[in-house]
Design a protein around this ligand. Sequence first.
Ligand SMILES: *[C@@H]1O[C@H](CO)[C@@H](O)[C@H](O)[C@H]1NC(C)=O
Length: 223
Amino acid sequence: MKNQLLTILLLSLSASSVHGAVAAWGQCGGVTYSGDTTCVSGYACIKVNDYYFQCQPGTATVSASTASTTTTAVTPTTATTTASGTAPTGTGQLIRGVSTPIYHLYLQSLGGVPVMAAEATAERFIISGSIQDTTSGLYLNVDGSATTSYKAISFGATATTTGWGLEGDTIITTNASVFGRQLNFLACETSTSGAYKLYLQTGSDTPSGETCTSQTLHLPCLC
Ligand SMILES: *[C@@H]1O[C@H](CO)[C@@H](O)[C@H](O)[C@H]1NC(C)=O
C-alpha cells in the first residue's frame, strides 16, 4: 500500500511535465509502459499490478504542506489484495459477453477483480486448461469451496482451476472431479458503473443483495 501511494504521488508530481492525458480506464503506467501517466480530470492513476496502471474514477491529490497523498477510487465491493503474476508471452484471446447488460463487454481486471467491462480496456487471455491474463500474468480461478451453487471467480498467481476449456466459442469448465461441464455464469453489478463481476453458476442459487443476470462467455465471433 505504501508503495502504491508513493507511486501515485510520483505519478501526480510528474503530471505537470506531461502533455496530454490518458482517457478513462486507459493504461497510465506499468513496467514496460512508456506513454502518458496523467489521467483525465476525475480519474486517478491506480496500480493494478506491476505491469498495468489504470485511470480509474477518483482523484489523487497531493498536499504540498504535508506531502501526503490521499486516493479515492471506486472499486468493486469484493476488491481484494492484488496478487502479482508473470506476464506470459503470447497474444491471447478476448472474452466477451453476448447478452444484456454485458453485451459487448469484455473480461478484464478492475483493481485486481475479474469483471466484464468496456471493450476499450479489454484484456487478452490464454485459454489452455487454465485461463491466464496476458496483461497481469494472473490466472482466472473459481472458488470451489463455496457451498452455494454460484462460485466466486477471482485472479490468482497460480492456477487453482485447471478445467477451463472451449466448446465452440463458449467458455466452459470441463473438470469432472470439480464442477463438471458448466457454462453458466452470473454477471453482477458492482459499485463501478458498467463493470460486472462474475460467478460460475452450477445450479439456481443467487447471491442475495446483488443484482445479477445469467450469462455465457464467448470468444469474439469466429465467423
Ligand atoms: C481436476 O481438479 C482436481 C482437483 O482440483 C485436480 O487435482 C485435477 O488435476 C484436475 N484435472 C484436470 C485435468 O485439470
